[in-house]
Design a protein around this ligand. Structure first.
Ligand code: ADP
Length: 423
């Protein structure tokens, strides 16, 4: 079916977050990992392309994003959403502004909005300044981010050096007056030649007003939250018909594998909680794999009853992780574990597992790659920002959930399985 909204995200977890919020509407949402090589077919009303462009050189980020736009235009989309982080993560050179300007040029539009606010997660914008909880962005832990340290909280000041055309503000006082007032403000700014408009939002109501005022703009940009109201608005005004395809909930059976490569505090608790339920579990030992390879874990896996949803984990406390990194090297041990868990995913799938639960952002990347998955249909949400997804791997329909770091409740691994059973 023709795509109503084409979305481009600058990283994978951002794309899943956006796709999950759009899918709350019940309408079918597809996520593609990278720009598809094949021309569009079997597309969904909402398409999200996940790029890896956040910290890429500007020219590369622009080229990737323009290729994604062209694919989405082929899919029939006439409105587009450029998704970046709710903490406006960018390097000094970009990439948010240059990418937005390139998209605007390709779309022949002379104005867009910037709204990274996500009030539910403590990200709000007032008078153009972004807050993380009660702290201005530049006083929040984001000031020390290893790749994108944010040293200014004012979005207009951050954006101005990144773009060639004027930057302006539609402040909370205007937003609070409703969609008509906001539209009038945008027109006024447009008449003054302002192409890039930062829009304040401190509460969910603001996001609804902004989405309503901007739903017909060729390009909107922001965090995932400002896009959340769009499906309901498109259904209400007939842009999306009431019989639009729904999100999938195929029955994939009960054979399950749980793979955990995240070492975050929450994942450590989730692993311990899951083992305490009596689930079969195998702990990967980096030293052991470095010496003897993956045959031990693969033999253990082959002997498992997959309907008992066994767990294979490398998850360990910070001191064990540091010890392994010291001996084997940080990058090398990380890659080794990722490859091992990816090999386990393939072996489990070949042994009949159709539900694959993965913890860890990088680990998820390695697993999807090994499974040859490039398209995911978004299903029910297990925890905020973590949906079940459905995809084809080696010709088989599988359910896959990819949880990064600190997401999910302590009972996430059982929550995920129960969620599929109640669909
Ligand atoms: P998160 O989403 O929590 O950041 P990731 O999968 O992105 O999780 O990153 C965790 C990294 O730590 C991966 O590269 C993984 O291979 C590595 N890792 C996992 N377990 C261990 C361990 N026991 N020792 C050292 N590194 C590990």
């Amino acid at each position: 079916m023709t795509t109503v909204l084409g979305c481009i995200a600058d990283d994978f977890t951002g794309a899943t977050d956006l796709a999950g919020l759009l899918a709350r509407s019940g309408v079918r949402v597809s996520l593609r990992i990278g720009v598809p090589i094949e021309p569009p077919s079997g597309t969904s009303p909402f398409e999200v392309i996940a790029l890896k462009s956040r910290t890429a050189p500007v020219a590369e980020a622009v080229a990737q994003t323009r290729a994604a736009l062209a694919w989405l235009q082929h899919a029939g989309a006439q409105r587009f959403f450029w998704k970046y982080c709710s903490t406006f993560d960018c390097t000094d050179e970009g990439n948010i502004g240059p990418v937005a300007e390139a998209l605007m040029a390709d779309l022949g539009t002379d104005q867009t909005i910037y709204c990274p606010a996500f009030p539910e997660n403590g990200r709000s914008i007032f008078m153009g300044n972004l807050f993380v909880g009660q702290q201005p962005l530049a006083e929040s832990p984001m000031k020390d981010h290893p790749l994108t340290p944010m040293r200014d909280s004012n979005l207009m000041r951050l954006l101005t050096p990144q773009v060639t055309r004027p930057v302006g503000l539609a402040n909370r006082l205007v937003v609070a007056q409703g969609a008509l007032a906001l539209r009038a403000r945008l027109e006024e700014l447009k008449a003054d030649g302002v192409a890039h408009v930062v829009v304040d939002a401190v509460a969910d109501e603001d996001l609804y007003i902004i989405a309503e005022a901007c739903r017909d703009m060729p390009l909107m940009t922001g965090g995932s939250a400002v896009a959340m109201p769009l499906p309901a608005l498109y259904l209400a005004d007939g842009t999306l018909s009431a019989d639009a395809p729904k999100g999938p909930s195929p029955d994939v059976g009960k054979s399950t594998i749980v793979l955990s490569g995240s070492c975050s505090a929450m994942t450590n608790t989730q692993v311990a909680t899951y083992i305490a339920t009596g689930a079969p579990a195998y702990q990967l030992d980096p030293m052991d794999i470095a010496k003897a390879g993956t045959s031990g874990v693969l033999a253990w896996l082959a002997a498992q009853d997959l309907t008992k949803a066994p767990l294979i984990y490398a998850t360990a406390d910070p001191s064990s992780v540091k010890a392994a990194q010291k001996v084997l090297g940080t990058a090398a041990v990380g890659e080794m574990i990722e490859h091992t868990l990816a090999a386990c995913a393939v072996a489990a799938r070949d042994a009949g597992a159709r539900r694959i639960i993965v913890a860890g952002g990088e680990t998820s990347g390695a697993v999807t790659k090994a499974l040859g998955v490039t398209q995911l249909d978004i299903g029910a949400e297990i925890a905020p920002g973590v949906p079940w997804t459905f995809c084809i791997s080696d010709g088989k329909q599988i359910a896959l959930t990819l949880k990064s770091g600190n997401f999910g409740a302590e009972t996430f691994f059982t929550d995920a399985q129960e969620k599929l059973e109640t669909l």
